[in-house]
Ligand binder design. Structure first.
Ligand code: AMP
Length: 629
């Protein structure tokens, strides 16, 4: 291991590092600091938050900056206001012994005039979020055409947050001579594009070889029906009385809904999402940091700014669409030498993602049984008994009343007395979980069938009393489902297939489609089945129970990326025109999607007779569709 003293860092930096109590460099610091000090070669470093990357780029940039010049020499771009503040504050600490050194944070949601004043005073390093940086560049306040260093921190997050165009605009105004240092937890294609367009044969540094999960994180998952997701979450919380964790949701709306329900149900939780004002976010984060709140329900983006090291649990209320995000999430627990648990609540069809996750995390995932009412009550009861046993007694004040209390309770035996005391706290709990159903359900993925660790039988025992036929999908049906590409309009049993007039050309992807469905339906826990994104249109499946709800939700005029959205049943309906006719009328060429499109033809022809009987309804359908173009 190299020591800080052996890296070529000067004494004032070493002193600041010592003051902070950093004894040895972290792996990324070991690799990155000497490189940046050695030459101006561009660098891509794959590293996650919490690896010490701020000091990895910050220490050498401070050392190499010309303190006598008040021209901006380094520009550090990062995705969120919180991270911007965090980086600036770290850099200020690292430059504590560099007299006159100035780090200027600029981020959205704060007064731009103050930031302009700050920039006019001059400084060596600007740390900013892309939107605000671009704004200041356009106002000609921030001049970046002469910078020597550009840092893209959490580059993948900046792209995820939609800063792609802003980044392009900013990067194109920087000089070729600068050194670019890109830090990212994942290296998706778009990062490679940035590297191709704006970097010169960068060196690559991968910390931990792959983006693997932390060693001391255990991965567990529970399988239930989507509609029980919230119930499962409650049971997990009830089983883990000392939980201190983040519950990750997919959308803002889901975050709000889960947090609201959670709080209403008496859990010590709050929500963190992008719809909150900055002061609300700061307030919630503050309460979470000081543990006034035990559980934070958050979106991935909102949780980025939160640096908490001792989380006991991370709960994936919904798995992220990009599974690499799972690694980010789970890496928020098991930090600083502590152990942590990353829990995923899956619905039956999601278990086939476990294999990919295991590969990605380099760890095995344990399937856990959702605890039943009795188990939870026992756990809670003993937690209460434990508290009773360990509670600090305020004898002096109680003694005064003891004789009176004694006489009032003298008719109770010791056993009855215990029962009475415990019941005061516990009755509500007992009645909630009395006759609570078993929420466990069998999954249908081949992975889960082969790798079961719970030793249960091969099919759902339907203890949840469902009778909609969905549970009746045995393994054979599931296999049939997997082979469904032979007839793309055939829905899986228990699911309805929908057509939507948006596709890749509208920048639709599975995640955005799910978001759109969530936003429109405003109903949580609708199970979405197979999604097929074509060039100009797409198909998706929804639980049959929600067919009418989805249709009516999309009746409301809705726009997506400027296009009017139209959703229809994809199966041949007597009152709807043949799909191919409609497509030809409503848009240009479908040549690229021909193969799948042709597959539709046969089935629609079959429906022709009944269709022609119903011309009026057809016209109505057409009109609606045109409204959507
Ligand atoms: P970062 O990944 O830059 O956000 O850093 C994560 C945390 O690690 C921060 O709280 C830093 O102050 C801390 N840190 C950074 N480098 C070191 C080091 N060499 N030794 C101990 N702690 C460090």
């Amino acid at each position: 291991m190299i020591l800080f003293e052996e890296m070529g860092l000067d004494s004032s930096i070493l002193k600041a590092v010592k003051d902070l109590g950093f004894e040895n460099p972290t792996p990324i610091q070991e690799k990155v600091i000497p490189r940046i000090l050695a030459d101006k070669k561009d660098l891509i470093a794959r590293a996650q938050t919490g690896t010490g990357k701020t000091a990895a780029f910050g220490l050498p940039l401070i050392q190499m900056a010309d303190g006598k010049s008040s021209d901006i020499q380094s520009l550090i771009l990062c995705p969120t206001r919180e991270l911007c503040i965090q980086i600036s504050s770290d850099l200020k600490k690292y430059s504590a012994y560099h007299k006159g050194f100035r780090v200027i944070p600029v981020y959205g949601g704060a007064n731009i005039e103050t930031q302009i004043k700050s920039l006019k005073k001059g400084g060596q390093i600007v740390v900013g979020t892309p939107g605000r940086v671009l704004d200041l560049i356009k106002r000609k306040i921030l001049k970046i055409h002469k910078i020597d260093w550009l840092v893209l921190d959490e580059a993948d997050e900046m792209l995820n947050m939609g800063f792609k165009d802003d980044l392009d605009d900013i990067l194109s105004g920087t000089p070729k001579s600068k050194q670019t240092l890109l830090f990212s937890a994942t290296i998706p294609k778009e990062i490679l594009r940035i590297s191709n367009d704006y970097m010169t044969s960068p060196d690559e540094i991968m910390i931990g070889n792959k983006n693997v999960g932390a060693d001391n994180v255990k991965h567990e998952y529970y399988v239930s029906h989507a509609k029980y997701r919230y119930e499962v979450l409650k049971r997990i919380a009830d089983m883990n009385t000392d939980i201190y964790g983040i519950v990750f949701c997919r959308t803002r709306r889901e975050t709000k809904e889960v947090a609201d329900k959670f709080m209403n149900d008496g859990y010590n939780a709050d929500a963190l999402h992008g719809d909150l004002s900055q002061s609300q976010r700061d307030y919630v984060m503050g309460r979470f940091r000081n543990r006034t709140i035990q559980m934070l329900v958050a979106t991935d983006v909102a949780a980025r700014g939160l640096d908490v090291n001792d989380l006991t649990h991370v709960i994936n209320y919904n798995l992220p669409d990009d599974l690499e995000v799972y690694i980010h999430r789970s890496g928020r627990t098991g930090r600083a030498g502590k152990s942590g648990i990353s829990i995923s609540i899956l619905h039956t069809r999601e278990t086939n993602k476990i294999k990919s996750l295991q590969k990605l995390a380099g760890k095995s995932f344990e399937k856990k049984m959702i605890p039943g009412g009795k188990e939870i009550c026992k756990k809670q009861l003993f937690n209460l008994v434990d508290r009773v046993e360990k509670v600090e007694l305020n004898s002096a004040q109680i003694d005064e009343f003891l004789p009176e209390i004694n006489s009032k309770l003298s008719w109770l035996s010791r056993e009855d007395l215990i029962k009475h005391f415990v019941s005061v706290e516990f009755n509500r709990f007992l009645s909630y979980y009395k006759n609570a159903p078993d929420l466990n359900v069998e999954s249908y993925s081949s992975y889960d069938r082969n790798d079961r660790s719970d030793g249960r039988g091969g099919r759902s025992d339907r203890r949840d009393g469902r009778s909609d036929g969905r549970d009746g999908r045995g393994e054979g049906n599931r296999d049939g489902y997997q082979g469904k590409d032979k007839d793309i309009r055939k829905s899986s049993q228990g699911f309805t297939r929908f057509f939507i007039n948006l596709g890749k050309v509208n920048d639709l992807n599975a995640a955005r489609l799910m978001g759109l469905i969530n936003d429109q339906t405003r109903t949580r826990d609708i199970e979405v089945g197979k999604i097929e994104i074509m060039r100009k249109f797409s198909f998706f499946e929804i639980e049959k129970d929600y067919e009418a709800e989805v249709l009516s939700a999309f009746e409301k005029p809705t726009e997506f990326e400027g296009a009017r959205v139209s959703v229809e049943l994809s199966k041949p309906e007597p009152d709807r025109p043949p799909l191919e006719k409609k497509h030809k009328k409503s848009s240009g060429s479908y040549s690229k999607d021909k193969s799948s499109y042709k597959k539709d033809k046969g089935n629609y022809k079959k429906g022709k007779n009944s269709y022609s009987k119903d011309k009026g309804a057809r016209k109505k359908g057409k009109k609606k569709s045109h409204r959507g173009q």
